[in-house]
Design a protein around this ligand. Structure first.
Ligand SMILES: Cc1cc2nc3c(=O)[nH]c(=O)nc-3n(C[C@H](O)[C@H](O)[C@H](O)COP(=O)(O)OP(=O)(O)OC[C@H]3O[C@@H](n4cnc5c(N)ncnc54)[C@H](O)[C@@H]3O)c2cc1C
Length: 451
């Protein structure tokens, strides 16, 4: 079973437009004024221009002379309005690939515009693999670390937690080489930077030996999975559950490292049929239907290379809200969300996602300081997500939830600074590196307390 066939309930897609929108030009010239949209289609803007540098030198020259608002964009897979600008979009598609690697330390430096999906095979050739991957692998490396993108695993950090070095070009056009010994403050801030400290051009990751995963998926009662969650998270390096709405069951996904031969799983299933069936079924009847279906769904098993087995493809577009809560609050928070959706008969079909992530030492990481549980709520993008998200978000607040920077949330500086203890330091650093505020759009000004 590979990423085409796994986890048949959520669906999604591949970013289409960016490559076409960023046709190669030589030198720092504007490319097109085509409108920009994110993956879910909810965030849009009409940038005055796009700039796709082919080298650090070109980018530095561009930034030295720039006076207008700029926003770096990766694969456009964030749901929150981090990217939209009426100024210029900076696209790093031309800065992609493996730059260097060290066979002893298992560290590798990649260009910032490299997609996660490209990194797996590139690193495999260098006898390395990333420790973990998020749910999909279409994001760019810079985009992914800039929002503290993560997968699941009790002993596994977010991608930013494995960054050991960065090259960042400041808004003024100065190249900084950052690691824990060189400008450590900027380094720890820039590992989760929301794209507002400058433009990241290269990232060095601590990797490991390549590995395979045995992926098991099954359906089990949500309460039973929750009760055994700690044990399961110890038994499987990557363990998560996807509680079905208006039902007693969860889809469970567990990956265990293995040396077994590759083994493909069931026929490809993007989960679209399930979502369509649920969507066509009145809310009141969904639980009954799922209970009936649950007993008929067979567990599945597959063995893949880690970079193939840990990430999925999502075909049906959706919007997502995700918060992380302290470990001991995870189960109560999840139960409360499920109960509210059930009680209010909220019409949503995509299962929740419940994951565990180890802590790190970044300034703005969702898991900065301690391990936490992350919980995601989704709504197909053809529907208004507000009724669902507005109802659920206060539950996250009650459990001291920290929002995922790349996903929908309503918080501003005041609330965020009590959740992210280093936010104040980050704001100060941002102002030092970007005194004219050229990297701040409306959303970022709200986060930085400048609106
Ligand atoms: C279907 C789907 C599944 C997802 N699954 C997960 C998941 O499992 N776990 C998870 O944590 N998240 C997940 N996400 C969220 C996603 O990983 C993040 O929003 C990520 O930041 C998107 O990366 P991107 O390359 O698309 O960057 P964008 O969304 O384009 O940009 C994100 C941020 O990075 C900044 N940025 C981009 N390039 C640079 C650069 N070169 N220098 C400086 N800043 C830069 C941007 O300015 C912006 O602030 C998912 C999203 C989707 C659509």
């Amino acid at each position: 079973m590979n990423k085409h066939s796994r986890r048949g309930f959520l669906a999604g897609s591949v970013v289409a437009g960016l490559a076409a929108m960023t046709r190669a030009v030589a030198g720092p010239r504007d490319i097109t004024t085509t409108a920009w949209r994110n993956w879910s289609g909810t965030q849009m803007c009409q940038p005055v221009a796009r700039f796709a540098p082919g080298s650090e030198f070109e980018l530095m020259e561009f930034l030295k002379h720039n006076k207008a608002q700029i926003r770096p964009v990766g694969a456009g897979h964030s749901f929150s309005p981090l990217v939209p600008t009426n100024g210029r979009l900076l696209v790093l598609d031309k800065m992609s690939g493996l730059i260097s690697h060290d066979t002893i330390s298992k560290r590798a430096t990649l260009a910032a515009g490299t997609r996660l999906s490209e990194s797996g095979p590139l690193l495999a050739k260098a006898d390395q693999a990333m420790f973990n991957l998020p749910d999909i692998d279409r994001q760019t490396l810079a985009g992914a670390i800039s929002t503290s993108t993560h997968g699941t695993g009790k002993e596994l950090k977010s991608l930013s937690g494995y960054v050991t070095g960065l090259r960042l070009i400041t808004p003024g056009g100065e190249l900084l080489e950052l690691d824990e010994n060189n400008d450590p403050d900027i380094f720890h801030a820039a590992r989760v930077s929301l794209g507002c400290l400058g433009v990241i051009t290269q990232i060095t990751f601590q990797n490991r030996d390549p590995f395979r995963v045995m992926t098991r998926t099954w359906i089990e009662e949500t309460e039973k999975v929750l009760e055994g969650f700690d044990g399961s998270a110890n038994a499987y390096e990557h363990f998560e559950m996807m509680p079905l709405l208006h039902a007693r069951y969860s889809l469970v996904i567990a990956h265990k490292e293995t040396e077994a031969p590759l083994k493909s799983g069931p026929e490809a299933d993007d989960g679209g049929e399930f979502l369509s069936l649920m969507d066509a079924t009145p809310v009141m009847l969904r639980g009954q239907l799922i209970d009936t279906l649950a007993s008929q769904i067979e567990p599945s098993e597959a063995v893949s290379e880690s970079y193939d087995g840990l990430a999925n493809l999502r075909f049906d577009r959706f919007n997502e809200m995700e918060y992380s809560v302290p470990l001991d609050a995870g189960a109560a928070c999840l139960r409360e969300i499920l109960a509210v959706i059930e009680k209010d008969k909220i019409d949503a079909v995509i299962p929740l996602e419940y994951r565990i992530v180890k802590g790190d030492d970044t300034w703005l990481g969702m898991f900065s300081g301690a391990p936490r549980i992350s919980i995601s709520v989704h709504r197909l993008s053809r529907y208004d997500y507000r009724p669902l998200f507005d109802r659920v978000e206060p539950i996250f607040w009650k459990y001291e939830g920290r929002p995922h920077w790349g996903k929908v949330h309503q918080l501003g500086y005041e609330q965020l600074s009590s959740l992210y203890p280093r936010l104040n330091d980050f704001v100060r650093l941002q102002a030092e590196l970007d005194p004219n505020g050229v990297m701040l759009n409306t959303h970022l000004k709200k986060i930085m307390g400048k609106s």
